[in-house]
Ligand binder design. Structure first.
Ligand SMILES: Nc1nc2c(ncn2[C@@H]2O[C@H](COP(=O)(O)OP(=O)(O)OP(=O)(O)O)[C@@H](O)[C@H]2O)c(=O)[nH]1
Length: 823
């Protein structure tokens, strides 16, 4: 079926035709064919393709190639080749030198273990996507002098070739998800400039260091702080119950050449909403379990072990977990310890196996679908998830009060981190200057050249550092500081405008500020606010009572209360600099930088108490600046913490009820919706659309005259439902607008998902007939999000879809565009 495009070039569209070989109809066109689309077929080979000797663009993505089709060699005019989403394992030599005109090559999501040595002879290549393969080495790419964009995410790269980055044409390089040690992942995360600067500073004999981020996780009172402090000091350190961890505590420990960064997380549930900020990839997790209080039943396992393993599986499925059973001395006898150990080990084993079996089953379901090639993205994603193996290495029972047991645990940890099979990227190569800058900062702190609290203006710090390293410019120093931020030595939130100039040289200060607001005993803290403190903010005791009841009943905390709490904490940290206090605390007119930080991490959302629905509000249009009709109505005066909400009453009153004819999308989460995901999505979405009502697992928001509902469902399957009220969808323009809003919500959902490496999403539109359980699978939703989308909507076109049970509905009520509009 030849199509004529705008440039009058011949385009052949054979996408999604279940083809196993090239159709004669296509081959007969010979030199006339210029662009051929063969994506989503079942091709394993393409003999005869060389006859199409004028081809400039060929799309072979989402087929079944296991070998690279060498016949492509004959396509000397080829400029663009898509061969992503196949199962190609190798590419022979002598293919690329023939493809002299190739500029664009998409080879992502294959099984490539190495590249042909002559790949760099494809001289005009300027876009190359090799993400989602199994590559260990990029040397064959050195010499591609026109290469502009290079993607190598999620491969098995440990080192990157220095010479590749001397190539000045490179403008974009992405390498997330590799076990990198040279440069370390924390350098690569900064992008091309960071990598180039790293190599420029790297000496020939740069030292190799062992660095490991160790996170202490587990339920409250499990013994995390005890383990952390005892390991740090090399002796048993009793922790007073009153001295429980609030938020997170970080410390650096050097032990026989290994640099440990210990991150001690508070165990109470109130703090979980901040954990995502600090739980990062490639970590060693010490999961503490209090053996004396552990009951050998499903509930106890779930609370003390299962919850954490599940979260790690979703967030950082490549991490290593060491199970440590504490309080052994408080168990009745050795037998009890033994039985509990066996119980935990068996349950963990079963949990990991069920996870794998579920994924495999899901993959099989997709493979058995009639049109399985349209599910190849999902299949590939599941395959990737199955490759991630959360390593639960051992179970160590311990009595934290005994010196001998602390020593043994430390030895056990060291042996584990030095095991290359478990920690492939623990050994990192860094230019000396990186350590020197790190040490300089510590020295400046020690000599009181930096204030005790460690908050410093970045220009002032750069000035100090430059006086010690005269050859370094601002730019290189800033890149080093960003690296130190990524490994947690300092904190510098450059991306938050209010905080771009402030460096937190002691991360503990920032964490202690975090915990003034996010804490388990906040109500007590609010109660403690004195009359003098109230006066300083012109507040009354009656208001204080209202703050407390609002926090308890509606999970919202008044901004004045926040200012008082933060100010008190800063004073307790001996901060007297009024200007700095003002900046952190904020004022009635300007939000403090701490609040900006909490919002940046989706912990809370600015809100207005008792704000009524304003019928005169201007309509919100995505991508256009929204101007309030009356700004005072919208001026936020409190912060809402959706995770602390306990019911949906308000939302239910406003939404009233569902209707089967509502626009309705179900986003399914595999294996399940991560803890805190829904509320973070709600925070991200509601800051865009006002007004809104938020509940425990539902949220209603308005856009102009339309009402939308977000609902988390975890009954049998886990999914998030996005609805738009049917009564507000009268015209095709209404429907198009509603899809526009759904798209904005889904864009946020999709970006949030990237923070959980162990997740796979599928999207359905349920059939709208009463009691029908059928649904319409929506495969190209991600493409829709990438597109500008809006212009593809086929207003006025009557198209219908039929569900497997024979119910018909207009397409635009099920999907954002009709099939016709997508071609
Ligand atoms: N007898 C005994 N006491 C222990 C042991 N491990 C920890 N403890 C005590 O148990 C209590 C709780 O320990 P923490 O280390 O504070 O627990 P945590 O997991 O950090 O608790 P959160 O701060 O609430 O998250 C403290 O009083 C510790 O001294 C142990 O092996 N034996």
């Amino acid at each position: 079926m030849p199509l004529l495009n705008g440039n009058a070039k011949k385009e052949e569209d054979f996408a999604g035709k279940k083809l196993k070989s090239l159709p004669n109809e296509l081959l007969q066109r010979g030199g006339d064919a210029v662009k051929v689309d063969l994506q989503r077929n079942r091709l394993k080979q393409i003999s005869g393709i060389a006859q199409l000797n004028n081809l400039t663009e060929l799309n072979l993505s989402r087929n079944e190639f296991t070998d690279f089709p060498v016949d492509i060699r004959g396509l000397r005019q080829l400029e663009r080749l898509y061969i992503n989403q196949n199962n190609i394992k190798t590419i022979p030599e002598n293919v690329f030198p023939s493809l002299e005109k190739l500029r664009f090559l998409k080879l992502s999501t294959n099984r490539l273990e190495k590249l042909p040595q002559d790949m760099n002879r494809c001289q005009y290549l300027n876009y190359l996507n090799l993400s989602n393969n199994c590559l260990k080495n990029l040397d064959p790419l050195v010499g591609l002098s026109h290469l502009k964009e290079l993607y190598v995410e999620r491969n098995q790269l440990a080192e990157l070739p220095d010479l590749l980055f001397q190539n000045s044409s490179l403008t974009l390089f992405k390498a997330n998800g590799n076990p990198l040690r040279k440069p370390p992942q924390e350098v690569c995360a900064g992008g091309l400039k960071d990598i180039q600067s790293y190599f420029a500073m790297l000496e020939a004999n740069a030292p190799n260091v062992y660095t490991v981020k160790t996170m202490f996780l587990g339920s409250s009172m499990a013994g995390k702080s005890t383990l952390c402090r005892s390991l740090k000091q090399g002796r048993p350190v009793p922790v007073d119950e009153a001295d429980r961890t609030v938020g997170i505590e970080i410390s650096k420990v050097d032990s026989e050449g290994i640099r440990f960064f210990f991150w001690d997380f508070a165990g109470q549930e109130e703090y979980y909403i901040t954990h995502h900020v600090f739980i990062t990839a490639q970590a060693f997790v010490i999961l503490a379990i209090n053996l004396s209080s552990y009951n050998m039943d499903a509930q106890s396992f779930k609370e003390n072990v299962g919850f954490w393993i599940k979260n790690l599986q979703l967030k950082i499925p490549d991490s290593v977990v060491l199970l440590v059973g504490t309080h052994v001395d408080q168990c009745t006898n050795e037998n009890e310890v033994k039985e509990k150990k066996i119980h935990i080990e068996e349950q963990v084993k079963e949990m990991l196996e069920t996870h794998t079996t579920n994924l495999e089953q899901q993959k099989k379901n997709f493979q058995e679908m009639e049109d399985s090639s349209s599910y190849c993205d999902q299949i590939n994603q599941i395959e990737r998830l199955t490759e991630y193996k959360l390593k639960v290495v051992d179970f160590v029972p311990i009595d934290c009060t005994k010196q001998g047991e602390i020593d043994k645990l430390l030895t056990r940890i060291k042996n584990e981190v030095l095991n290359k099979a478990t920690f492939p990227s623990i050994e990192q190569t860094l230019p000396r200057i990186y350590y020197e800058v790190e040490n300089d900062i510590q020295e400046l702190l020690k000599n009181d050249d930096i204030a005790k609290h460690g908050i410093m203006n970045q220009r002032a710090l750069l000035y100090e550092l430059k006086s010690r390293h005269v050859t370094l410019d601002d730019n290189s120093l800033q890149l080093i500081l960003q690296y130190l931020h990524r490994i947690g030595v300092i904190m510098w939130y450059k991306e938050i405008p209010e905080l771009a100039d402030s460096l937190f040289v002691k991360p503990s200060i920032l964490i202690s500020l975090f915990k003034t607001i996010v804490r388990h005993d906040l109500v007590q803290e609010l109660n403690k606010i004195s009359n003098a403190q109230l006066k300083s903010e012109n507040a009354l005791v009656i208001q204080k009572k209202k703050w407390i009841s609002d926090y308890k009943d509606r999970a919202s905390l008044n901004n004045v209360a926040i200012r008082i709490l933060v100010r008190t904490e800063l004073k307790e940290n001996d901060i007297t600099d009024e200007e700095l206090i003002e900046e952190m605390v904020g004022s009635k007119k300007k939000e403090g930088s701490l609040l900006s930080l909490l919002k940046h991490f989706d912990v809370c959302l600015s809100t207005k108490h008792n704000s009524p629905l304003n019928p005169k509000a201007n309509e919100f249009c995505p991508k256009k600046n929204w101007v309030p009709s009356n700004p005072i109505v919208y001026e936020p005066d409190a912060c809402l913490f959706p995770s602390y909400l306990t019911d949906n009453k308000l939302v239910e009153i406003k939404w009233v009820s569902d209707n089967t004819e509502d626009l309705n999308i179900h986003v399914y989460f595999l294996p399940e919706i991560p803890y805190g995901f829904f509320h973070r999505l709600v925070i991200r979405t509601c800051s865009l659309y006002s007004p809104y009502w938020i509940g425990k697992d539902q949220c209603m928001l308005c856009c102009g005259d339309k009402r939308f509902l977000l609902r988390e469902r975890c009954d049998e399957d886990s999914f998030i439902e996005i609805r738009c009220k049917e009564s507000e969808l009268e015209t095709p323009e209404d429907i198009q607008k509603a899809w526009g809003v759904i798209r904005e919500i889904m864009i946020r959902l999709n970006t949030l998902t990237e923070q959980w490496q162990g997740l796979c999403l599928t999207v359905h539109s349920p059939c709208k007939s009463n009691d029908c359980e059928a649904y319409f699978q929506w495969n190209d939703w991600q493409e829709w999000l990438e597109d500008t989308g809006a212009n593809k909507f086929n207003i006025g076109q009557e198209e219908k879809l039929t569900c497997p049970n024979g119910h018909q509905r207009r397409t635009e009520l099920l999907f954002p565009r009709t099939p016709d509009a997508s071609t």
